[in-house]
Design a protein around this ligand. Sequence first.
Ligand code: NAD
Length: 493
Amino acid sequence: MTTISHWIDGKSIAPTGETLPVLDPATGKTVAEVALADTDTVKQVVASASAAFPAWRDLPASRRAQALYTFRELIRDHQDELAEMITREHGKTLDDARGEVARGIDTVELACGVPGLLKGETSEQSGRNIDTISTLHPLGVVLGITPFNFPVMIPLMMASIAIAAGNTFILKPSEQDPSSAVRIAELAKEAGLPDGVFNVVHGRQQTVEALIDDPEVAGVSFVGSTPVAHSVYRRAAAAGKRVQAFGGAKNHLVVMPDASIEAAADAISSAGFGAAGQRCMAISVAVAVGGVGDELVAALKKRAEAVVVGPGYDGRSEIGPVVSAAAQQRIRKIVADAKSAGADVVVDRSTEQVSGFEDGFFIGPTLVDHVTDSDDIYRTEVFGPVVSVVRVDTLDEALQLIHDHEYGNGASIFTNSGGAARKFQREACAGMVGINVPIPVPVAPYAVAGWKNSVFGDTGLNNAAWKFFTQPKYVTSRWDEAVSGIDFGFRPN
Ligand code: NAD
């Protein structure tokens, strides 16, 4: 049995102590075990990242970018290998996994632009014979804690910007699919990143808390579920650290009466059932406006029944399993509870089995109609291939639903009306908005950032992360002859 080890100071560390099994969600079988970092390992990784920081910080940005260009090429060369690792441990289809790696590469490319992007400002003659400049400085050792659902993309989103900005980075990936994180760290070394700049340690709550509490860790970037995001945010902030923590979601897609129902149903199916509903930008609520409900539900039913469920490494599968037996049981319970509460479950494939893979954690597409905003299935983040349909009369009612929901990650509208689209764009209470697109995740030169309980902190990932991973310094200087003389006033410029 392979043990997935920590990667500290440019090498694999022989595991000591506790391990956890890593499962193939398609078979339910253990494929490896992952080491859990104890206190000594946490101290070791922080010491390595601290020691590497001064030299990495002092390297010109263009030299850091050179290493990142090579890193990008290596990830591209190993795209299939990384995708296979994702599929083996996460369960998503190979095609979807390749897409995930490609989105991660987008951020590495963005990070390669560091020499042009991390520039300060200058105001010559900001006072009489006085100049003011601002410069941007890395924080030091920064920590990234990442979720299971994007085991390559989210680590790359955090690490590449943090490292390009001159920080050294400790990644604590999900213990459910940890292999690709270590492979990325190996590629970072091969790309020429000095030892200690990119480290990986595995673990759960205890490891995360020890890392956050270490005085040498200056910044914490987290992506995961809302309860954990909130607790990580509170703990890091209480220690006076810079922290951004991205949480869960419940994304609505509003279908207007003038929209193409076929296009909207395609979008809802792709974004609701794709990756077995395990994307933070998955559409889990379809809002049918003004009488389109029956036609929309019929179109969704046809699609939900047709989806091919199977192991991600079988090219015929359109969606793979969910990540774990616990996730499978939790989602099945949500659907069963909704049924007992009288929900109109139009398609229920939640207990479906895949022939030859009976021990896999599969959940087939499930469609629930006539859901209301007081139903548990509406309020909870299901994180499975389950779409709820809510019927309303007007766009204002649809916007109110989005406004009132606890989460505010993304929201989309399908319409042919410019007026409706513009109103939605302005008023939808979510950080990422889509118009006639199913998953409104902006491209890397923008930001990934939700609103409300989908985020704690005020900076996004991708291009917004420069601000998170640097701190500004403001320098005021005067070089004229008449600098001496006492002046007790607080002078205007
Ligand atoms: P999770 O919160 O269970 O775990 C996330 C990370 O935190 C993992 O590395 C895990 O080991 C660690 N962790 C777990 N419990 C902890 C605790 N008590 N204290 C400290 N650390 C802990 O999330 P997950 O199930 O891996 O990921 C799915 C969630 O992530 C969903 O809610 C999804 O919406 C969210 N997500 C959000 C975004 C976004 O951009 N907002 C992106 C991707 C995923």
